[in-house]
Design a binder for this molecule. Structure first.
Ligand code: DX5
Ligand code: ZN
Length: 215
């Protein structure tokens, strides 16, 4: 069964607790938490204090997507703030820096994730497979919610699977209900949904429909 991870980037931050309650009641599996530093991506979102508040509000699995430069500098702070999974970007540091950060995430007792921008080839991820619990295939350029999914990124899901990666594969960016049948067919484990879910008139009904597709 595919997991749905609502991206709170599309939530109303003034009513964040209610928004979390609503997607949780609707059956969301994880909560996706986007962190942007204005350097690795041309936008700034939320960070450690907001994560701490969310952690104290909910026991949902917190999937923290760090779109920040040299993420190894901050993995321990995000772990302490309550992340369950910390996903860093392959393009955000040297290979040595990425290896070290992935190892540190695991040593802190968290799940590790490695994200690939649309232009990064899937096989660039393979040297990190042993240290990574989840690969995140970005289906838009990271930085903003509400973009269109780039279908040319989807073959990476199949390629990673066929290369024998046994961990989870997540896709993020521009996913709406129309893409779900294809993503399920490709064997995707986790679908991040921001705009399509939070701006839907009935998020609970949408998640129920997705669960039915995935059965
Ligand atoms: C984009 C973020 C996504 C974004 C997804 O950089 O990583 O998680 O919030 O939102 P939608 O589903 O609107 O593309
Ligand atoms: Zn994200």
């Amino acid at each position: 069964m595919i997991k749905i991870a609502p991206s709170i980037l599309s939530a109303d931050f003034a009513r964040l607790g209610e928004e979390i309650d609503s997607v949780r009641a609707g059956g969301a599996d994880w909560l996706h938490f986007d962190v942007m530093d204005g350097l690795f991506v041309p936008n700034i979102s939320v960070g450690i204090p907001v994560l701490k508040s969310v952690r104290s509000y909910t026991d949902m699995f917190l999937d923290v997507h760090l779109m920040i430069d040299r993420p190894g500098r901050y993995v321990s702070a995000f772990s302490k703030a309550g992340a369950d999974l910390i996903c860093i970007h392959l393009e955000a540091d040297t290979p040595e820096g990425i290896h070290a950060a992935l190892r540190e995430i695991r040593s802190l007792g968290r799940k590790s994730g490695l994200a690939l921008k649309p232009g990064t080839p899937w096989d660039a991820a393979l040297p990190f497979a042993e240290e990574t619990d989840m690969f995140l295939v970005m289906t838009v350029e990271p930085g903003f919610g509400g973009q269109h999914l780039m279908t040319e990124t989807l073959p990476k899901i199949t390629a990673l699977r066929e290369a024998g990666f046994g961990g989870l594969i997540e896709a993020d960016g521009g996913i709406d209900e129309a893409h779900l049948p294809e993503l399920i067919r490709l064997g995707l484990d986790v679908a991040v949904m921001g705009t399509a879910l939070f701006h839907h008139p009935d998020p609970a009904r949408l998640m129920a429909e997705i669960r039915t597709m995935s059965e």
